[in-house]
Design a protein around this ligand. Structure first.
Ligand code: 6GU
Length: 232
């Protein structure tokens, strides 16, 4: 069972995690997702979680102590934890990382907002022997916060856990199309009924019943698409 904790100042923003595939995976006890409000760890009347940056500059930085308290509250020394800090300055998430995360037992997602989390939070937990800290980004653009990024990572990772997907055959097909460096999902185009839709026919080879020919055609199509993506 994979335990997933998320810490955020907008816990409601993460409620889609209880829907669909992930909702079912939780019902089946394949994963357990818990969402925590960072502000629960503050005592002042304003429940403040941020402050001005040392050294000056625009924006606010998230204070370390609420993060420390929130993480400590959901872990113990015996727990092997992977702490994932969402930041546009992190390592770019890919299918290989999804595969790695899917095999873990306890993932904690720290969803920062503003100009990010005080750098000592990652440094402190990286120094603990039962923690592994990952700074992760989902691409070269800036989001308002880590919540959506955390959901992307959780969706990509949990569907790789045996039993989460309804049809495990689709995982097997995917795994053949991942190159060593990164995800190159060179899927061939897919068609279903009707055979003619708005004047457009399904490629004839797919109706032929010749499995050798079909496999050859699909490979050609996948390669054509890969080369096209490289040129863009
Ligand atoms: Cl993980 N966080 C934020 N705020 N922006 C991002 C991101 C993460 N990944 C890409 N852009």
């Amino acid at each position: 069972m994979l335990q997933i904790d998320l810490i955020s100042i907008f816990p409601d923003y993460l409620t889609p995690l209880n829907l669909s595939l992930l909702g079912k995976a939780q019902e089946r006890s394949l994963i357990k997702i818990a969402i925590h409000d960072l502000r629960d760890q503050t005592k002042d009347v304003h429940h403040s979680v941020d402050d001005t940056p040392y050294g000056g500059g625009a924006g606010m930085v998230m204070s370390p102590e609420p993060w420390g308290k929130a993480i400590d509250a959901i872990t113990n020394e015996k727990d092997q934890v992977d702490l994932i800090i969402l930041t546009p300055a992190g390592k770019r998430f890919n299918q290989q990382m999804a595969m790695e995360f899917s095999k873990k037992s306890h993932l904690i997602f720290a969803c920062g907002r503003y100009e990010g989390i005080d750098a000592r939070v990652g440094q402190y937990y990286a120094g603990k022997n039962n923690f592994k800290v990952h700074e992760v980004s989902i691409g070269d653009y800036v989001l308002g916060g880590g919540e959506v990024a955390a959901m992307v990572i959780i969706e990509a990772s949990t569907r790789l856990i045996p039993g989460v997907l309804g049809n495990p055959e689709s995982l097997k097909e995917e795994s053949h199309s991942i190159s060593s460096d990164d995800l190159i999902l060179v899927e061939y185009p897919n068609y279903t009924k009707p055979a003619n839709w708005r004047g457009i026919d399904v490629p004839e080879v797919l109706l032929s019943g010749n499995h050798g020919q079909i496999a050859k055609w699909r490979l050609e199509q996948a390669e054509r698409r890969t080369n096209q993506l490289k040129q863009e």
